[in-house]
Write a protein that binds this ligand. Structure first.
Ligand code: HEM
Length: 237
C-alpha cells in the first residue's frame, strides 16, 4: 500500500525555484567581474595546484572583457537574491518549517550513517522526518552560506558606507576572499545537491514541484506531517 503525502509547502517550492535562476545569474555575473582581477589560487608560495580560473576556462565560457555587464547584472540580481532569501528565512520561521530543516543534536552522528548508507556500505539509514541528517546539515549550511555571501558582498560593494561590516569581516581583502570562498562552497553544494536529487529519483524531484510525495505506508511515520490520500499500488506505480 502506498500513500500520497504533502511534503513541501507552496511557499517553499516557489522560493526554492525562484532562487535557482537568481543564483545562476549571481554566479555567472560574479565570474564576469572576477575575471578582471582573478587573484585566487590553490597552492603555496610560487607553487600553484589550481588557478581560479585557467585561461581556457574563461575563453570556453566567453567571459573576458565583460566586467561592466557583470557588475550591472550582479548588482541587480543581488536585490532579488536578498529579497527572496529574506522571504524564505521568514517563512521557515513563521511556518515552523525550520523544525524539519535545522540539524538536531543527533544529526551529526546520523549524518555519517546516512553517508555510509548512500555509499552502499551500510544497510539501513536512521529514521527521518522530512529530511535526513545529512540534508539537514547541508540545507542549513547553504542558508548560512547565502547569508554570508550577502554580507561579504555588501561589505565589498560599499566598503566606505559599510565600513563597520568590512572591519567585522577582517577588512576589504578578507571580505573579498570570504565572498569568493563562500561562492565556491555554494557551487560545491549545488553539484552534490543535484547529484543527490538524481540518485534519490523522480519521486523526490517531482515533490519539490508538486508538493506531494508517494511513500510506502511503512515509511509513513518517518516521513512527513500530513497524509492526504490513500492509494493502492496499481494507481501509483
Ligand atoms: C540555487 C541552487 C539551489 C539551492 C541553494 C537549493 C537549496 C535547497 C534547499 C535549502 C532545500 C530544502 C528546502 C526546504 O524544505 O526548505 C532544497 C530542497 C530540494 N531541492 Fe534544491 N536547491 C537548489 C537547486 C536545486 C535544483 C537545480 C534541483 C533539481 C535538480 C533541486 C532539487 C531539490 C529537491 C528535489 C529538494 C527536496 C529534497 C527532498 O525532498 O528530499 N534544487 N534545495
Amino acid at each position: 500500500m502506498k500513500k500520497i503525502i504533502r511534503k513541501h509547502p507552496l511557499a517553499i517550492r516557489w522560493l526554492h525555484w525562484i532562487n535557482f535562476p537568481i543564483m545562476a545569474m549571481m554566479v555567472w555575473s560574479g565570474l564576469l567581474i572576477y575575471w578582471a582581477n582573478g587573484v585566487y589560487k590553490l597552492g603555496w608560495g610560487d607553487q600553484t595546484v589550481l588557478k581560479f580560473f585557467p585561461k581556457n576556462f574563461y575563453e570556453a565560457l566567453n567571459v573576458p572583457f565583460r566586467l561592466a555587464e557583470g557588475m550591472s547584472m550582479h548588482f541587480f540580481f543581488m536585490w532579488l537574491f536578498a529579497i527572496n532569501g529574506f522571504f524564505y528565512v521568514a517563512y521557515l520561521i513563521v511556518s515552523k518549517e525550520w523544525k524539519y530543516l535545522l540539524p538536531e543534536k543527533r544529526s551529526w552522528k546520523e549524518a555519517w550513517q546516512v553517508l555510509l548508507h548512500d555509499l552502499r556500505l551500510r544497510k539501513t539509514s536512521p529514521p527521518q522526518i522530512k529530511y535526513n541528517a545529512a540534508q539537514r546539515i547541508a540545507y542549513t549550511a547553504v542558508i548560512l552560506m547565502g547569508i554570508m555571501m550577502l554580507l561579504t558582498g555588501l561589505a565589498i560593494y560599499k566598503p566606505v558606507q559599510l565600513n563597520w561590516l568590512c572591519k567585522l569581516l577582517g577588512g576589504y581583502a578578507w571580505a573579498r576572499a570570504e565572498h569568493f570562498i563562500f561562492t565556491i562552497l555554494f557551487c560545491l553544494f549545488f553539484l552534490v545537491h543535484v547529484l543527490q536529487v538524481i540518485f534519490a529519483g523522480w519521486n523526490k524531484f517531482q515533490a519539490i514541484i508538486t508538493g506531494f510525495e508517494v511513500v510506502k505506508k511503512n515509511d509513513l511515520e518517518e516521513s512527513t506531517p500530513i497524509t492526504i490520500a490513500e492509494t493502492d499500488k496499481t494507481t501509483t506505480e
